[in-house]
Design a protein around this ligand. Structure first.
Ligand SMILES: O=P(O)(O)OC[C@H]1O[C@H](O[C@H]2O[C@H](CO)[C@@H](O)[C@H](O)[C@H]2O)[C@H](O)[C@@H](O)[C@@H]1O
Length: 367
C-alpha cells in the first residue's frame, strides 16, 4: 500500500461577515422543495489576517500547512489504524466494492477538476484527456452518470463533451439532464433542468464584474465567472500579495450579505447563501430520477475537494453508497475509499466497466 505524505486539506470554508439585511425574493424552478434558510452567519476571526492564514493553510507547499498536517497526522494516525486503513484505495478494495454492489444498480457521480482532469495553473486549460473521456463514456454506457462541479455548465460541457451525461454545474446550482436523443435522455417526461439560485444571477454577475475591476492590479489573479458563483483564483499570485487580494475581495463583498465566501484549491469562491451544495444536488438528482427510497441503488461519488465532502456526507448519512476521495495526502474526509490522482480514477472506471461487462455476460449465459 502506498504511504501518503501529509499535508492539510486544500479547501476550507471561510465564513463571511454580512453587513446588509435584505434578502432577494425567493425563487428557483421545478417542483423540488428549495431550502431557503440562510446559512449561519459567522464572523471571520482575525479579519484579513484570518483570511490570509486560511489561504496559506490551504496550500500544501506552505510551512503552515505542513505544520497543521503534521498535527493532523499525529492526532489521527496511530500506526495500527492509519488514514489509509480507514480510507483504503478503491483499486485495492475493488473486490469489496463489487461485493457491496451485488444486486444493486450503481449510479455514478464524478467531480471534474482534480478528479477527471489534473490540477493546472490556468483554469481555462484544465482539459480532460481523450483517454479519460473514453473511460467516462464507457462508464455512462453501463451506469447513469452525473458530472458534479464548481464550474459553470457551459464550460464543463465544453471540457467533457459527452451529451449523454447529467451535469450539475456551479456547485450543484445548475442542473441539466442528457441531450435529447442520447442514452439516458427521458423521451416521455420533461427534460431535467433545475436552478435553485436563479434569483442570484444578476447579483453574481455584478459581483464578478466588480471583483474583476478591483483585482485587476494584482498580478496573477484569474477571475472566473461560474454563473451562480464567482471564482477568484490565486494559484499564480505571489504570496506577498495575498493580503492585498483578500482586502480587495472583502471590500467588494461587504455590500453583499446575501453572498458567502468559501475556499477551494487556491481559489476564493463567492456564492449565494442558500443552503445548496453538491450534497443537495446529489439528493435532488436521486429524487428526480425516481431513486429517492430505492434501496437497490448504490450511489458512488468520486471527488477531490472540500466541496465534494458535502456529497460524501450525504451518502454516509443515508447509509447508502459511498464516497471516494481523490488525494495523495491524508485529510479529514467523509469518503470511505481513496484514489491518489486522476489516472487512478481512470483505472477505477475501467475496472468498473470490465466487471459490469463480465457479470452481464455471466448472467446472460445462465439465462
Ligand atoms: O468542483 P470541481 O470540478 O472540482 O471544480 C472546483 C474548481 O475547479 C477549478 O479550479 C481548480 O482547478 C484549476 C485547474 O486545474 C486550478 O487552476 C485551480 O487552482 C483550482 O482551484 C475551476 O477553475 C473552479 O471554477 C472550480 O470551482
Amino acid at each position: 500500500m502506498t504511504k501518503h505524505n501529509v499535508v492539510l486539506p486544500e479547501a476550507v470554508a471561510i465564513p463571511y461577515p454580512p453587513s446588509r439585511a435584505t434578502a432577494p425574493a425567493a425563487g428557483g424552478g421545478g417542483s423540488y422543495a428549495i431550502p431557503r434558510k440562510l446559512l449561519t452567519k459567522l464572523e471571520l476571526s482575525g479579519g484579513i489576517n484570518g483570511w490570509v492564514e486560511s489561504m496559506k493553510a490551504s496550500s500544501p507547499t506552505h510551512s503552515k500547512a505542513a505544520a497543521a498536517a503534521a498535527a493532523y497526522a499525529a492526532a489521527h494516525d496511530d500506526n495500527n489504524n492509519s488514514w489509509i486503513a480507514k480510507h483504503p484505495s478503491a483499486l485495492e478494495s475493488f473486490d469489496e466494492i463489487t461485493r457491496l454492489s451485488k444486486g444493486k444498480r450503481i449510479v455514478m457521480f464524478l467531480d471534474y477538476d482534480g478528479t477527471l482532469s489534473p490540477i493546472v495553473d490556468d483554469p481555462d486549460l484544465a482539459f480532460m484527456s481523450d483517454a479519460m473521456r473514453a473511460a467516462v463514456r464507457n462508464v455512462a454506457r453501463y451506469f447513469l452518470t452525473t458530472i458534479v462541479t464548481g464550474r459553470c455548465l457551459d464550460k464543463v460541457c465544453k471540457f467533457v463533451r459527452l451529451a449523454e451525461l447529467y451535469y450539475a454545474g456551479s456547485h450543484g446550482m445548475d442542473i441539466k439532464g442528457p441531450v435529447k436523443g442520447t442514452r439516458h435522455a427521458k423521451s416521455k417526461t420533461k427534460a431535467l433542468l433545475f436552478q435553485p439560485a436563479s434569483e442570484f444571477l444578476p447579483m453574481i454577475d455584478e459581483v464578478y464584474k466588480a471583483l474583476l475591476e478591483k483585482t485587476r492590479s494584482i498580478p496573477g489573479v484569474k477571475m472566473e465567472n461560474n454563473k451562480f458563483c464567482a471564482s477568484v483564483h490565486f494559484r499564480c499570485v505571489d504570496e506577498k500579495r495575498w493580503s492585498a487580494l483578500a482586502e480587495q475581495v472583502r471590500s467588494v463583498l461587504k455590500d453583499y450579505p446575501m453572498l458567502r465566501l468559501t475556499q477551494g484549491r487556491k481559489v476564493l469562491e463567492i456564492r449565494p447563501t442558500i443552503k445548496w451544495d453538491k450534497g443537495k444536488a446529489l439528493e435532488f438528482l436521486l429524487e428526480s430520477l425516481g431513486f429517492a427510497d430505492n434501496k437497490e441503488i448504490l450511489p458512488v461519488y468520486i471527488g477531490d475537494d472540500r466541496t465534494d465532502e458535502d456529497a460524501f456526507k450525504v451518502l454516509r448519512e443515508r447509509g447508502q453508497g459511498f464516497g471516494i476521495l481523490v488525494s495523495k495526502y491524508p485529510k479529514e474526509t467523509n469518503a470511505s475509499y481513496s484514489l491518489q490522482e486522476p489516472s487512478e480514477v481512470m483505472d477505477f472506471l475501467h475496472r468498473l466497466v470490465e466487471w459490469k461487462r463480465n457479470s452481464d455476460l455471466k448472467h446472460h449465459s445462465r439465462v
